[in-house]
Ligand binder design. Structure first.
Ligand SMILES: Cc1ncc(COP(=O)(O)O)c(C=O)c1O
Length: 371
């Protein structure tokens, strides 16, 4: 912040926020290093390397005919489609500009200065950001084996706690909690504390590992399940996600959201994406094979990693800063995670087979380079 007087206009808790560090865009690296963007491999933001399917692209193209109109602020078509699939009334669904928006809306609706939100160490970076932006206190609970320690999280809930965030699977660790453990945790949380179960990577789980967590809401009205179209559905650029919750909670979130928070192309694309289950299944299969490819390559290089339940792998490379620079110079973008308290690790998103190979070859070279 270069102008202290201007910066002082914001509350102290806003000035103390450490900004989110996104994955480096391909164009930025191309500009910085004078590389051809077409030669750069980006495995840094857990996107689906296939992009959206043909039916979704066609739906987006068709929706451009109506660009002059505001989108449907109530998201009727998308909410109806989701409601049918999930077996809940549309009034229990809130759409978001990405599921990130749902996390923000939760903090807007339920947190005020002096309140507390509980989340795990090494959990998704937006939980502390959304908490601090409201002047609330973040209670970060030490992780167990890099994943959430639900017992410790339950113990951390105090009289001031209004919200608990649980990511399953978690980003950036790829760790996963069995549904029964999550359900028992939700059952143990006082009803006046909102539990956000962030399932951004739900579609990448093997079907045997998936639980109908949405059905738990009837029993636990303080539970919010959030999901996204940014990952397995391949629509990260359009920004669309959703939360499922009790109708009263949905009403509160709708009061604090922007009236047109999800754009028309995103809504049309998401409806089409939900009609193409085969695409998601293929993406899951590609991801499974990609994980195996990365595991084998990392093993061959003697690099430890955390087995992942999502579409990325956290690898223990040691000198992560140096290795990251060496990868960038070879046109490979991955994600350093020092800001997650993991300074010796890099997170690599599963790409197409050739992209995974590029990463592994670049890593092999980076590891042999002298500092
Ligand atoms: C665990 C988790 N939750 C939520 C999000 C937000 O994604 P989006 O806003 O694109 O839905 C991400 C994105 O990386 C994530 O990893």
């Amino acid at each position: 912040m270069t102008d202290p007087a201007l910066a002082a206009l914001a509350p102290d808790y806003v000035r103390r926020i450490a900004p989110y560090i996104p994955g480096k865009p391909v164009e930025e690296l191309a500009r910085e290093l004078g590389l051809d963007p077409a030669t750069i491999v980006k495995l840094a933001s857990n996107e689906n390397p296939r992009g959206p399917g043909a039916k979704v692209r066609a739906a987006i193209a068709a929706a451009t005919d109506e660009l002059t109109r505001y989108p449907d602020g109530n998201g009727f078509a998308l909410k109806s489609t989701l409601a049918f699939r999930l077996g809940v009334p549309a009034g229990q669904i809130v759409l978001g500009n990405g599921s990130n928006d749902i996390l923000e809306l939760v903090s807007l609706a339920f947190l005020e200065p002096g309140d507390e939100a509980v989340y795990s160490q090494h959990a998704f970076a937006v939980y502390p950001l959304a908490t601090q932006a409201r002047g609330a206190h973040g209670s970060e609970v030490p992780a167990r084996d890099y994943g959430h320690d639900l017992g410790a999280m339950r113990s951390a809930i105090s009289g001031r706690t209004r919200v608990v965030f649980v990511a399953n699977p978690n980003n950036p660790t790829g760790t996963w909690l069995p549904p029964e453990a999550v359900r028992a945790f939700v059952a143990s949380v006082p009803r006046d504390v909102i539990v956000v179960l962030d399932e951004a990577y739900n579609e990448y789980l093997e079907p045997a590992d998936c639980a109908d967590t949405v059905s738990w809401i009837a029993r636990y009205p303080n539970l919010i399940v959030s999901r996204t179209f940014s990952k397995a559905y391949g629509l990260a650029a359009l920004r669309v996600g959703y939360g499922v919750m009790d109708a009263t909670v949905a009403d509160l979130l709708n009061r604090v959201r922007q009236p047109f928070n999800v754009n028309a192309l995103a809504q049309a694309a998401a409806v089409a994406a939900l009609a193409d289950d085969a695409y998601v299944e293929e993406s899951r299969a590609l991801n499974r094979a990609g994980l195996a490819q990365l595991y084998a390559g990392l093993d061959a290089l003697g690099i430890a990693f955390l087995p992942s339940h999502a579409n990325f792998v956290l690898a223990h490379v040691g000198e992560a800063g140096r290795i990251n620079v060496a990868l960038l110079k070879q046109g490979v973008i991955v994600r350093p995670v020092a800001n997650y308290g993991l300074p010796e690790w890099l997170r690599v998103t599963v790409g197409l087979p050739a992209e995974n190979e590029r990463f592994l070859a670049a890593l092999a070279r980076a590891l042999t380079e002298r500092p």
